[in-house]
Design a protein around this ligand. Structure first.
Ligand SMILES: [Zn+2]
Length: 183
């Protein structure tokens, strides 16, 4: 009797270990890297542009999906290449690499693109940048300007409950997550 219980316990532990450590890397290998913006993110991006236009604000999307190679090049900016540091993420460490992030700016009537967060083009007493961020948050985006360590004001992302670690391990937004985020 005692040995049966011991055997059962060992089997349970073995199964647990298998699913915890052994079966996971297989998931990583089968999950492909995305090559474009996630359909839900794209849909929300279009809604953002539309709703901002309704308030007299012209939103420009300056960046969306970014491959890991492009991300690595961007990472070198302000480090081994010229310019200011624009990111702390290397290839595979940014939501852009999984098609889950966009960067925006504001286009003014002259055609110039602004990153001015005080500009109030529609003259309603609220900075256009703030208005865009408010709409974006209502649509389910997280704003890089809310980050504590490295503020990324043009950045908007949707993580579908997945951390970068999860994405690097090969996890992708599930259909269930897509449904709830889309509603
Ligand atoms: Zn970004």
């Amino acid at each position: 009797m005692k040995s049966t219980i011991t055997t059962t316990l060992l089997v349970i532990i073995a199964i647990f270990i298998y699913f915890q450590y052994v079966s996971k890397p297989q998931v990583t290998q089968t999950a492909e890297m995305p090559t474009s913006l996630h359909p839900v993110v794209e849909e929300k991006m279009n809604q953002l542009i539309e709703q901002a236009a309704g308030k007299g604000i012209s939103v420009v999307i300056t960046d969306g999906f970014r491959s890991a190679e492009e991300q690595d090049r961007l990472y070198e900016k302000g480090r081994s290449s010229e310019g200011n540091i624009v990111t702390h993420a290397r290839g595979g460490e940014s939501y852009h690499n999984y098609g889950l992030a966009i960067d925006f700016a504001i286009k003014i009537p002259t055609g110039d693109i602004l990153w001015d967060r005080q500009y109030d083009g529609n003259v309603n007493g609220v900075a256009d940048w703030t208005e865009v961020v408010t709409i974006a948050k209502e649509l389910g985006f997280e704003w890089g300007g809310d980050w504590i360590n490295f503020k990324d004001y043009p950045h908007l992302e949707m993580d579908f409950g997945l951390a970068i670690d999860d994405l690097q391990r090969g996890e992708r937004p599930s259909d269930v997550a897509l449904q709830s985020e889309a509603n």
